[in-house]
Ligand binder design. Structure first.
Ligand code: F6R
Length: 242
């Protein structure tokens, strides 16, 4: 794992966007593995800016999102489908058929997981995966204790994750209890992983990750130590600075 320390979240977002634009310029049909949550918002804003300045086109890019809440309709403002639309897709020239997000309302969730694995298997070429870091070490919604060899699966969200995500909902009781997530096996098959870590609330999680000497299912992000090219982009606050 490499670490790049950025002055603040804005600088981190510009750096992440540069990695993404660079990947697209080298391979216009590359695959972007995308995350939701607060941390990548600035990166998406920066990508929209660069698109508007004519620096990048997403016309041939394919995307695959990490996760989706179970039970939220696509139209629900809290669904990750809407999040991606609002914060990135509706502002750029990506083609709808190139976007992949799990369907949290599928009648048969096990079939939906298989369908999602199949989509992933068809996405050949270079894949750059964006990840955020959960305070409990989760990546995607792979919560502590998730076996590292799982592919797409449904997961019961932990209390701490539901609390952390309650800020997007009216109250915690509205946060769905489960989600569909890409598994760790598939996260690890990306060519390059960018782990975005910002803010003082992530300091402890980043410390735990850096100090662990081997992958441990109790803190899923530690599996990234096994990956061939993971770059951590952390801001100073996440590194314990002011
Ligand atoms: C989002 C996701 C989660 C978040 C993580 C950090 O698609 O899979 O793993 O990346 O919970 O969230 P933020 O960035 O809101 O702190």
């Amino acid at each position: 794992m490499e670490m790049i320390t950025c002055a603040d979240l804005d600088a981190l977002s510009r750096t992440a966007a540069s990695f993404i634009v660079d990947a697209i310029s080298k391979q216009p049909s590359c695959v972007l593995g995308l995350a939701t949550g607060s941390t990548p918002l600035g990166t998406y804003r920066e990508l929209i800016k660069r698109f508007n300045h004519g620096e990048v086109s997403f016309n041939n890019v394919r995307t695959i999102n990490l996760d989706e809440y179970v039970g939220l309709e696509k139209q629900d403002p809290n669904s990750y489908y809407q999040y991606m639309n609002r914060n990135l897709f509706s502002h750029i020239d990506i083609r709808r058929e190139n976007i992949h997000i799990p369907d949290g309302t599928a009648g048969d969730l096990s079939l939906e997981c298989i369908r999602y694995d199949n989509s992933l298997d068809r996405l050949d070429g270079f894949r750059l995966q964006i990840l955020g870091l959960g305070r409990n070490g989760h990546i995607g919604f792979n919560e502590p204790g998730t076996p590292f060899d799982l592919r797409t699966h449904t997961v019961r969200l932990t209390e701490s994750t539901r609390k952390a995500n309650a800020r997007f909902f009216k109250n915690e009781s509205q946060v769905p209890e489960s989600a569909i997530t890409m598994g760790i096996q598939d996260i690890l098959s990306a060519d390059v992983i960018l782990l975005l870590v910002a803010g003082a609330s992530k300091e402890q999680a980043l410390k735990t990750l850096m100090e662990s000497d081997r992958p441990d299912e109790k803190f899923p992000a530690t599996v990234l130590k096994r990956h061939k090219r993971t770059i951590i982009l952390a801001d100073r606050k996440a590194r314990g600075g002011a």
